[in-house]
Structure formats: structure tokens, C-alpha cells
Design a protein around this ligand. Structure first.
Ligand code: GSH
Length: 199
């Protein structure tokens, strides 16, 4: 098997998801610092791999994968991590729908809110509160996002969960999210890749 090459940076949430998964499954990889202060992601050689000029990008021999959630699925399939990404269609769908939900409904409004807070601009809390409220309700009685088993749906959402706890503004108390965050903090790979790496 080729050694995976990961272009990314540890303070990027989308890169951190990939490092977290690789640590969870005990796989080593070559890390190439890229993006942010490292630059390189606007260079023609990088853009030829990933025309978005974003990180992360994974190179596995001749295979190039970008979009962090697609990378999570690729790595979990490649290493047959079936407890995190099962092989049956229904099991996958239960995880996949929440991964897409994280990418489309949870991450973008939270990103906009964090950016506005940092810039001291007006911000919209309603879409962020609505998404976290929905997740809190969903987590009632479940240990993890796709049921009682930890999966790549949790890795896709985990950085957002952590950043919710760091948000310095008046926000609803969401007891299931708080308990879920504590559960994630029991995982060493979450602590090192997310809690200690992201602000
Ligand atoms: N939807 C993409 C988003 C990728 C993205 O926005 N990456 C950010 C870092 S989290 C980035 O590349 N920013 C520019 C940079 O790091 O130079 C994914 O999930 O991979």
C-alpha cells in the first residue's frame, strides 16, 4: 500500500478531520504543510491536483481526493474501517446524510458567524442556533450522531461541536451537545487533532 500524502495544516478544521480519522484507525501518513501561513495552495502544481486551491488534498499513488468528507469516506473504505463506515447501503446512508448535513447546514453558518465575530461585524445567530438545536434534539438518547456507534459522521461534525463550545456569545444551553462533546473529549485523537489544534 502507498503511504498517503496529506496536504493540509493542523489549524484547518477540514484538514484536522482527516488527521483525526487517520489517528483513530492507527494509520501513518506523510503530512505536507500547505495553505494558510504555509501557502503553496495557489501554485500551479497544487491547483492541478485540487482546482479549488483549498486544503486538505490527499494523494494516494495515482489517486487524488479533495473535499474533506469525501476524503473521510475514501480513507475509511481504503482501510476497511467498517466500524466507522460500514459496507451496507443503509448503514452508509445513516452516516452519509449527517455528513452532508454537517457540510451544508452546520458548517457554513457557523463559519460566517465566527468570521463576523472576529471582524467585530454584525452576525446572524439564528441559523447556527437552529442547526445546533436540531442536532441536540437528534442526540437525545444517542451516544453518537449516527446512533450508538462512533462513525465518520462524528469526525465530520466534531470540529463544529468543539467550536460551538468555544463561541463567546449568549447561546442556548444544549445539554445533549454538551454531553456529546464530553464523550468526544474521551478520544485522544479528538483531543490532539481538534481540541488542542483548533481555535
Ligand atoms: N469544502 C472543503 C472546504 C475546504 C476549505 O475551505 N479549506 C480551508 C481551510 S479549513 C482552506 O483551504 N483555506 C485556505 C487556506 O488554508 O489557505 C472541504 O471540506 O475540504
Amino acid at each position: 500500500m502507498n503511504m498517503l500524502k496529506i496536504y493540509g495544516r493542523s489549524d484547518s478544521s477540514n484538514s484536522a478531520k482527516v488527521y483525526w480519522l487517520l489517528d483513530e484507525i492507527g494509520q501513518t501518513y506523510d503530512r505536507i504543510d500547505c495553505g494558510g501561513k504555509f501557502g503553496g495552495n495557489d501554485q500551479p502544481a497544487y491547483l492541478a491536483m485540487n482546482p479549488n486551491g483549498k486544503v486538505p488534498t490527499v494523494v494516494d499513488g495515482d489517486v487524488v481526493v479533495w473535499e474533506s468528507n469525501a476524503i473521510l469516506r475514501y480513507i475509511a473504505s481504503r482501510h476497511k474501517a467498517v466500524s466507522l463506515w460500514p459496507e451496507d447501503a443503509a448503514g452508509r446512508a445513516a452516516i452519509d446524510m449527517w455528513m452532508d448535513w454537517s457540510a451544508t447546514t452546520l458548517t457554513p453558518p457557523l463559519g460566517r458567524l465566527r468570521k463576523a465575530l472576529k471582524a467585530g461585524e454584525d452576525f446572524a445567530t439564528a441559523p447556527v442556533f437552529a442547526a445546533f438545536q436540531l442536532l441536540d434534539t437528534h442526540l437525545e438518547g444517542s451516544r453518537y450522531i449516527a446512533g450508538n456507534q462512533f462513525s465518520i459522521a462524528d469526525i465530520a461534525a466534531g470540529a463544529n461541536i468543539h467550536r460551538w463550545t468555544l463561541l463567546l456569545l449568549e447561546k442556548p444551553e444544549l445539554k445533549n451537545i454538551a454531553a456529546y462533546h464530553q464523550r468526544l473529549l474521551e478520544r485522544p485523537a479528538f483531543v490532539s487533532r481538534i481540541a488542542q489544534s483548533l481555535s
